[in-house]
Ligand binder design. Sequence first.
Ligand SMILES: NC(=O)c1ccc[n+]([C@@H]2O[C@H](COP(=O)([O-])OP(=O)(O)OC[C@H]3O[C@@H](n4cnc5c(N)ncnc54)[C@H](O)[C@@H]3O)[C@@H](O)[C@H]2O)c1
Length: 305
Amino acid sequence: MKFSKSIITGGAGFIGSNLADHLIRIGHKVIVLDNFVSGKKSNLSHHKKKNLKIFKIDISKNKNLDQYFKGADYVFHLAGLAEIIPSIKNPRKYFINNAIGTLKVVQAAKKAKIKKLIYAASSSCYGNTKSFPTSEKEKIDLKHPYAATKFIGEEIVMSYALSFGMPNISLRFFNVYGPRLNTSGQYSAVIGNFLKQTKNKKPLTVVGDGKQTRDFIHVDDLSEAFIKIIKSKLVNKIYNLGSGKKTSINSIAKLFGGKKKYVPLRPGEPKHSLANISKIKKDINWRPKISIKEGISNLKKANFY
Ligand SMILES: NC(=O)c1ccc[n+]([C@@H]2O[C@H](COP(=O)([O-])OP(=O)(O)OC[C@H]3O[C@@H](n4cnc5c(N)ncnc54)[C@H](O)[C@@H]3O)[C@@H](O)[C@H]2O)c1
């Protein structure tokens, strides 16, 4: 029996390691390419060696990327530096890592004649839009180097689809959360911060007045969408990938419970973010299943006990 072979760049990170679980569950052999700048081996340690191979490489610097891509069916390109403030402090590092890194991955995938490449784009490309829910047709408004590097990556992926008929799809993730969410970084996302603070019995740091809203999507719903995309015939498309529901930071804090501490707003972050997900729902017959209440409750249980 022929197994599908999937490459996950950034597969030791939060989203990549969850995706690896889903792919292995449906019988794929997974190859992870990661430099462990934020990913962890422990995120993947529950897998058997026959299902998963890990290579410690930097996709933006490695000179022999092609060798890892030989015989691959699918490529999920998730490797990237993913924080806003560090991208403002060191834009060059972000451009090399995220934009050049993407170019190298796309070139290697092209040579290997893969069946589908999925790129992890970001809703940060919509900047401070006032149009909600935001559709893929909304204008691009890049507010910081992180957003710019992720968008350039998308342009590379789509230009290879257009010029060379590569079977590429770009998914613009909104706020993804779930098990193994990064809680260590100084600038980690709100749910990661709240998890860490609750565990350490510290007050929850709410940015601004907490009335900002975000579109939170559970990583299991996200992974299901990935799998439906690779099973589909879709190519050369861009999709929003969110829950289509808005949740305020204050209501997330309420789901966690406990004391709150208000801290100043951070630069470049929009007041609201909400995905219009009609396009992906229609094209792959997918819908998010995990409510934010259920998702947070499961995370709290997993983190505390
Ligand atoms: N988490 C979100 O809400 C969100 C939203 C929009 C887009 N994204 C994108 O999704 C992707 C995955 O995000 P995540 O939340 O899992 O972050 P993460 O930091 O947990 O995962 C990123 C992984 O990429 C690896 N990596 C970074 N640069 C690399 C390089 N040059 N070579 C090899 N490996 C490298 C890291 O070690 C890490 O394992 C990122 O590209 C991010 O920009 C995430």
